[in-house]
Ligand binder design. Structure first.
Ligand code: BTN
Length: 331
């Protein structure tokens, strides 16, 4: 369903979580009561959970902290603000990664252009999966950066990004999160977020990279019915309340910092921290690549970012990311 300006205005009015009578909403939107009621029903169809009480009106079950560019930028330390070329804040888009890839192919974007959206209609995950992206409930964030180095040097970028995300969460007081190779962010085995790096070739040589990060922030169970694995969100796991704009600002700070030094330093400074965040270290795992399954014990990542797999015969195999997925062997 298309989100019209009236729907958006209604969401902004309801975001505080306060009760509104249908008449009051109709007045705010400049429409009839029946239309206001229809707009409310449409929001419900889009996955918003409404709570109606007779005599009080209707409210959103969950307060939404809408994204605000000024608030996000205010959370970046002054000395880091120069790394942010532009913050493109969208309401609804197919995918923030796709948005930047498309813009960059029309006219090369500056390093540090960042795109966020309240909702993605075609959010992209790893291995061709869909990334469930309901309105206002999570963080969908993409960065563009160009590198002169060859494509091989970029293979560790998503791992470095995982470390940057975990550090951002640490600094916000979240505890107990970690990484699952190659780049899932987990909390107690449940998915808290993911990273999708997409690479675009350039005619002058070098590559543009779009780094996309999705972090579950405060997702309703209704919106998440299509997620095929256990998941969790920041609001559930953080001991201290973390604002959505603050989370976005901290992620932007940490990821821009990493991107700005990656060309020069590569993955090397992130290998040890990645291994310290590794949730599956010394666990029995299976590596699935199409129909092929390889079992072993996960031993963290190598200096090149491959997963080190200790085989049952004692030998080691280095697993390259790409079209493979890693599962815990819980038999
Ligand atoms: C994964 O499968 O774990 C990676 C998920 C990456 C999702 C993010 S949300 C922002 C950006 N835009 C997309 O369409 N995907 C990434």
């Amino acid at each position: 369903m298309e989100l019209t300006d009236k729907h958006k205005a209604l969401i902004k009015t309801l975001a505080s979580g306060r009760f509104f009578s249908t008449q009051r909403l109709a007045d705010e939107l400049g429409v009839s009561r029946t239309s206001a009621w229809n707009y409310l029903k449409a929001l419900e169809c889009m996955g918003f959970e409404l709570h109606a009480v007779s005599g009080k009106g209707t409210r959103l079950k969950q307060v939404i902290e809408l994204l605000e560019a000024e608030a996000i930028i205010a959370h970046l330390p002054a000395e880091k603000q120069g790394l942010l070329a532009k913050l493109d804040l969208l309401d609804v888009c197919p995918s923030t990664n796709y948005h930047l890839l498309q813009q960059n192919s029309l006219k090369p974007l500056a390093n540090g252009v960042v795109c966020m959206a309240e909702m993605q209609t075609m959010g992209r995950g790893r291995l061709g999966k869909t990334w469930v992206s309901p309105y206002g409930q999570n963080v969908y964030l993409s960065f563009v950066w160009s590198f002169k180095s060859g494509i091989a040097a970029l293979s560790g970028l998503s791992l470095a990004c995982g470390v940057a995300v975990c550090r951002a969460l640490d600094e916000l007081g979240v505890k107990g999160h970690g990484l699952k190779w190659p780049n899932d962010i987990l909390w107690q085995g449940k998915k808290l977020g993911g990273i999708l790096v997409e690479i675009q070739g350039e005619s002058q040589g070098g590559y543009s990279v779009v780094v996309g990060i999705g972090i579950n922030y405060q997702m309703s169970s209704q919106a998440s019915t299509d997620i095929d694995q256990p998941w969790v969100d920041v609001c559930t796991v953080s001991g201290v309340p973390v604002g959505r704009n603050k989370l976005a600002g901290k992620l932007i700070e940490r990821v821009l910092d990493m991107l700005a030094s990656y060309e020069e330093k590569g993955l090397a400074p992130y290998v040890e921290p990645w291994n310290a965040f590794d949730c599956y270290k010394n666990s029995n795992v299976r590596i699935i690549s199409g129909k092929k399954v390889t079992a072993g014990i996960a031993k963290g990542i190598s200096s090149g970012g491959e997963l080190i797999l200790q085989k049952p015969d004692g030998g080691q195999q280095l697993i390259v990311s790409g079209e493979v997925s890693l599962r815990l062997d819980d038999k």
